[in-house]
Design a protein around this ligand. Structure first.
Ligand code: CP
Length: 392
């Protein structure tokens, strides 16, 4: 996929003093200290597709460039505004699941359950939601759009960035500023980690992160939590196997962070090349989340699990296709592996699958992934209303 330019070209530095440069360096160091102490995951995972491996750093350089080094150029690119734009109804963005407290998560799940009872309430009459998908999607985009349509709102947007002005070089900043002229809420998927955070900082309307690279997918996590609570009757003290691509799988990263409130035991099952990144294991240790790691998807792990969360090995995240070929079919769940499981075991998968769950599993009572995707509709109705500041 073609990468969109993110920042407008920097104008030439005309004049700056040594004092300015020293001040800039101090600001940069300070920003990184603050970023590392306040962000739950301090560094963005490093994939080759990440232009902004140091996104906060680059953003800071840009902001400080205009503020401190070249103030005369400040109109060239609008500076980020407040990250949570406020008005009387208190709309806000959803960028990372880490922003949601236990109480907030439970209240959103309750709202989703009410939408499941009544999915066609016309409470979004007169509202417009934009879905900007710079990366392919089936479930996320269609369920967000269905959520809006069923609630009586209108949808604008695109599912192929090649048909938009970003293919002519328009920056993400400018695209967001334009779309916010037309829509009350923006749902955005982007291949760059940090893109949703950036959009939320420049946008005057709320942003929902519908997936940013290998980083986060908070609305998926909310529907995963909804599915877990619905099938297990609780979110507490569950034995959860995360299987497959734990390195690039944004859904498992978000799920770990959300489950910190509910005392899970995680089994991280992945080939060495796709093991859970160190920062997420550190996160588990810091938050008292129990976990173990294995490269083997053993029968014992299957038989003692409450939830098996399968993930796809994501070809699009690899720059070395030989490495992808080596690991793509490393774990395949088949029906004959499900004969002695706990009765309450449910198999989840964010989908799409490409071979890691055999088709014969679909008929097993443990298979829940299609209903999981259906739950996404109700959860996204709840999230849209919440981000718009509506009581439901
Ligand atoms: N689960 C998920 O994000 O699916 P899509 O890529 O089809 O949206």
């Amino acid at each position: 996929m073609k990468k969109s330019r993110t920042f407008a070209p920097a104008p030439r530095i005309t004049r700056h003093s040594t004092r300015d440069v020293v001040q800039l360096v101090v600001y940069l160091v300070w920003d990184q200290v603050v970023a590392r102490s306040s962000r739950v995951i301090p560094t963005y995972p490093k994939t080759r597709r990440t232009l902004w491996t140091g996104f906060p750093l680059k953003c800071t350089i840009r902001v400080l460039f205009y503020k401190k080094i070249c103030p005369s150029a400040k109109n060239a690119v609008p500076l980020p505004k407040q990250s949570r734009p406020m008005n009387n109804n208190n709309p806000h963005s959803l960028v990372t699941i880490a922003d949601l407290s236990r109480e907030k998560i439970l209240s959103l799940l309750d709202a989703a359950a009410r939408f499941e009872e009544q999915p066609n309430r016309k409470i979004l009459d007169g509202r417009v939601v934009a879905t900007l998908f710079f990366e392919p999607s089936t479930r996320t985009r269609l369920s967000f759009e269905t959520a809006v349509n069923r609630l009586g709102g209108r949808v604008i947007g695109f599912s192929d960035a090649a048909t938009t002005s970003s293919s002519k070089g328009e920056s993400l900043n400018d695209t967001i500023m334009m779309v916010s002229n037309y829509a009350d809420l923006i749902v955005m998927r982007h291949h760059l980690e940090g893109a949703a955070r950036y959009a939320s900082e420049v946008s005057p309307v709320p942003i929902i992160n519908a997936g940013d690279g290998a980083n986060q997918h908070p609305s998926q996590t909310m529907l995963d939590l909804y599915s877990i609570r619905k099938t297990q009757g609780t979110l507490e003290n569950l034995d959860i196997c995360l299987v497959g691509d734990l390195k690039y799988g944004r859904t498992v990263h978000s799920l770990i962070m959300a489950m910190r409130h509910f005392h899970p035991h995680f089994h991280f099952i992945a080939p060495r090349e796709l093991a859970m990144p160190e920062e997420y294991k550190l996160y588990c240790r810091e938050h008292g989340i129990d976990y173990d790691e294995s490269t083997e998807f053993s029968q014992q792990a299957i038989d003692r699990a409450d939830i098996i969360y399968m993930t796809r090995v994501q070809r699009e995240r690899f720059t070395d296709l030989m490495e992808y070929e080596r690991v793509k079919n490393v774990y395949v769940l088949r029906a004959d592996m499900l004969q002695h499981t706990r009765e309450n075991l449910r198999i989840l998968h964010p989908l799409p699958r490409v071979g890691e769950i055999a088709y014969d599993v679909d008929a097993c009572p443990q298979a829940y992934y299609f209903r999981q995707a259906k739950n996404g509709l109700y959860v996204r109705q709840a999230l849209i209303c919440d981000c718009l500041g509506m009581e439901v």
